[in-house]
Design a protein around this ligand. Structure first.
Ligand code: AMP
Ligand code: GLY
Length: 414
């Protein structure tokens, strides 16, 4: 099978790497890809947001499957354009991607499907914002209704800061604070059959000890030995299956990766957010342990034949990924700094360096080109071993001004 991966980040590098190691895959193409993907995929300089250009490329390269990685092209309808050109595509339609594209829409679907989530209000004026903040009380949770790459959410005890964020966005969702550990549970679906992956945990705050601003994710690990044994079955029954059914019943079936961001709150499991694509960086860790050929799952979903694939199988052991971010990420990431030590880190046992915001400059050097620069992903027999290997890789990489968390997969919920 020939596969084309759309996107440029860590998730797309991880997907391409897993596909390049999949015996059923003969060729991996990517558009536009990143320097880390150049050795495993043929890169094409095509704008990932341009549906007709992506569809043309898919036809021209004769691929059997297109995998759209990030949310922005999905929300822009790129998967629809590829399907209209007659090529199988993993990823929801423009309409179904609204599950991620609009937090207010996601809340409507959850209400209709009776999916447990935080109580919330959609606010458009400063008065509505102030009223909602006082109704729910501190800690305040204020979410930009539009796509914001994981950075549109402010969780704070400071009413002034919450109000300022609420007023700065056109439309916000203000909601009840959910306590308890967070879990990312992904499911692959063809719009009917729902196959859950194993749970992972992401570290969203920029600094050790879950301090600092929210980011797109600073690290992740899987599996979660501490999670309740019935978590996956419970979330399938109460969250994933009802959501997929609700989307189908509206005539906008959701096909692709349904990402449930969950809080295991003191009052039970609650959905914090839905995403319409693989999580980043959870995917980097998850795919290292996936035993089932990834192409079978993605192609099965894209062609409505997921029922024939069977539940995903996993390797024993654990995987950890640690993100290295550029100076001043997430506020105002500095780019153009040289990256050293990637080959040395990649040579370590069980370690893969996954690129995200990197590029080759005019001098032929690898430099930073985004907020999250790369992630060091490692597998091990235990979480401790995977963690040790990942940090051994991180310690070999040097980038001026860069920062990373030292406590990924360290303090686990009990
Ligand atoms: P979201 O983009 O909705 O996932 O929000 C980003 C992050 O903000 C989440 O991963 C949580 O850490 C935090 N967050 C969002 N909603 C809530 C909530 N209702 N209660 C507590 N924390 C939240
Ligand atoms: N890791 C969080 C996300 O992908 O949105």
């Amino acid at each position: 099978m020939k596969v084309l991966v759309i996107g440029t980040g860590g998730r797309e590098h991880a997907l391409s790497l897993a596909l390049s190691r999949d015996p059923q895959v003969t060729e991996v193409h990517a558009a536009p890809g990143n320097p880390g993907m150049a050795s495993i995929a043929t890169l094409h300089p095509v704008d990932p947001l341009d549906g007709s250009a992506v569809a043309d490329l898919a036809v021209r390269t004769g691929v059997d499957l297109v995998v759209v990685g990030p949310e922005a092209p999905l929300v822009a309808g790129v998967a629809d354009a590829v399907r209209e050109a007659g090529v199988a595509c993993f990823g929801p339609s423009r309409e179904a991607a609204q599950l991620e594209g609009s937090k207010a829409f996601a809340k409507q679907i959850m209400a209709a499907a009776e999916v447990p989530t935080a109580m919330a209000r959609v606010c458009e004026t400063p008065e509505q914002v102030a009223d909602a903040l006082d109704t729910f009380g501190a800690p305040y949770v204020v979410k930009d209704d539009a796509l914001a790459a994981g950075k549109g959410v402010v969780v704070t005890d400071d009413r002034e800061a919450a109000l300022a964020h609420g007023v700065a966005c056109d439309r916000v969702v203000i909601e009840e604070y959910l306590d308890g550990p967070e879990v990312s549970l992904f499911a692959i679906t063809d719009g009917e059959t729902v196959l859950p992956l194993q749970p992972a945990q992401d570290f969203k705050r920029a600094l050790d000890g879950d301090e600092g601003p929210n980011t797109g994710g600073m690290g992740a690990y899987t599996p979660l030995d501490w999670a309740p044994e019935d978590l996956v079955a419970d979330v399938c029954r109460r969250v994933l299956v009802p959501t997929v059914k609700e989307m189908a019943s509206r005539g906008t079936p959701f096909q692709g990766l349904l990402y449930a961001g969950l809080a295991l709150s003191s009052r039970g499991v609650r959905v914090v957010e839905f995403n319409a694509r693989f999580g980043d960086p959870e995917t980097q860790a998850l795919l290292m342990l996936l035993k089932t050929p990834l192409s079978a799952l993605l192609h099965g979903a894209a062609t409505g034949r997921l029922g024939e694939v069977g539940l995903p199988q996993w390797h024993d052991g654990a995987a950890v990924t640690v993100v290295i971010a550029s100076e001043d990420y997430p506020q105002a990431p500095v780019t153009g700094d040289r990256i050293e030590g990637v080959d040395e880190a990649n040579a370590l046992e069980g370690v893969d360096v996954i690129h995200a915001g990197t590029k080759i400059d005019e001098d032929g050097d690898l430099v930073t080109a985004g907020g999250r620069v790369l992630s060091v992903t490692a597998v091990g027999c235990s979480l401790a071993e995977a963690r040790e290997r990942a940090y051994a890789g991180v310690d070999l990489i040097s980038i001026r001004g860069a920062h990373h968390r030292r406590d990924i997969a360290l303090h686990l919920p009990s």
